[in-house]
Design a binder for this molecule. Sequence first.
Ligand code: ADP
Ligand code: MG
Length: 602
Amino acid sequence: MTKFKALGLQKSLLDAVADLGFETPSEVQEKAIPILLEDETDLVALAQTGTGKTAAFGFPLIQKIDPESRTTQGLILSPTRELCLQITNELKFYAKYEKSINVVAIYGGASITEQARQVKRGAQIVVATPGRMKDMIGRRLVDISKIDYCILDEADEMLNMGFFEDIQDILSNTPKEKSTWLFSATMPREVSVIAKKFMHSPQEITVGDKNAGATTVQHEFYVVGGRDRYPALKRLADTNPDIFSVVFCRTKRDTQRVAEKLIEDGYNAGALHGDLSQNQRDLVMNSFRKKQIQMLVATDVAARGIDVDNITHVINYQLPDEIETYTHRSGRTGRAGKSGISMVIVTRSELRKIKAIENKIKQKFISKTIPTGMEICEIQLYHLASKIKDTEINEEIESYLPAINDVFQGIDREELIKKIVSVEFTRFFNYYNKKRDLNTTDSRERGERRGDRGGDVPTSGSVRYFINVGEKDGYDWMSLKDFIRDTVSLGKEDVFKVDVKDSFSFFNTDADVTEKILSIFTDFKVDGRFVNVEVSKNPGGGGGRGRRDRGRSGGGSRDRNRRSSGGRGRDRNTSSKRRDGKSSGKSSYSGKRRDKRKSDFF
Ligand code: ADP
Ligand code: MG
């Protein structure tokens, strides 16, 4: 805090820093903020992803903006819609104690008139993707002729994506006497071209990697019987439909065996161990990099040097002998500023090892329970629904439509939705319906949580909720927890078991705040979009037994009216495009895992 103060930030921003929980500035922040605050200068800042660049330009920008004037004074260009929204949300947060600063996001795939309307109301800061920005300039829906600051964020990425000309066009609409701040992870030739062409003797800063927010890995353990390791692994995978993981086994034999079983069960898995030829290993690693493999089962030796970003989960199928090795394993996730989860499947007799690791890594593990079959069904159901929603329509279908419409004749929307969703849901439901709970922990905790779950608004115990925002909206478990806590004004420990999926999430609170939560999240909008919270049928963290739900038809009997109505002008605008430009939905194994449910090892 005081360190941020020393950089020259004003009180309102320091208060926001405190709310963000930032303790010390990251290197790029430490270097950039004083320069940007003191001088009117162009700047080129090179720093890896995840080093806190948003705050490095965001705080100085907000401090320099004149809140009294409604003129657009700052323009931030960023490569993707997700980043654009992420930056906008961050800046809004930074400016939370600066009441009259408006930050507006401009990006493709959403209503241009709505965005124009927001700009018109007075946006001192506009955060935009180049394509939509150009479009809006062309239609005179935004005026950037008076900006003082232009920020090119992730410049290398923007140029990679072919935005050179757009950027050039956009910049030609900005005044000469402005400051341009360029932020980039790398400095390819194209970036230096931009710098040369559009910037005047920029100051330069370069920082190494590693940032203040490095502890982004959450450590979890799951206690199961020795024979349940494999089914437990499957459930962990099924609970995380977009998993992109490394599964560590102790021996080459186990590695091969687990990978084979996963493949046999229809998962996109692959084995990586020393008995494979170099060629075979290259093939596996290539498929993994391309995300054709979602679960890479590996030995420690073979996995050494895997430099793949965006790994969502590290799963310790078995714990390593050396504690040191655990650190290496878990370090495969939570890279580049992303949060990651390291899961450990343990038997009771191994629990002391967890303690030993905690001491070593100076971080606590969270004790979690393997999800029940019904929890998995619920997650898969929501996942499917949002996947369908985000699916880009293939125009090739057009010519078949008359025939297809014939097939669906007489089926109304509601029924059709039920049918579509049932295709997938029934498969999971049938598979998991009669499966037992895998957890060997005593039922003490579970008993507590069981509570009263009969009605829609439980009054005792802990309650699990569904919320229709997730990773795609830029949340991880920490930020979502903060968001809920702040929105509902809850205490630090009141929101727990936050489980962020791609486009939706779950969390728990005590039942005594359920009413408050549901009432606040009724017609609750963020950025023009409805954020919905509903009580989940499942207690979460594997707390309940799926059997209670047996006999219900899969998903059909739920009271999901609020969500399934779908309408109400909600402007969701998620897509399957990730920040890396890859489609997140496409490699989901759900398309493949059809009939191969035979070996379930129970
Ligand atoms: P970049 O743009 O360099 O990729 P971001 O600005 O997106 O990085 O920041 C990455 C993560 O680090 C974010 O979750 C952000 O909240 C966090 N972060 C940024 N600065 C700090 C800091 N000084 N202390 C702790 N966390 C920080
Ligand atoms: Mg960034």
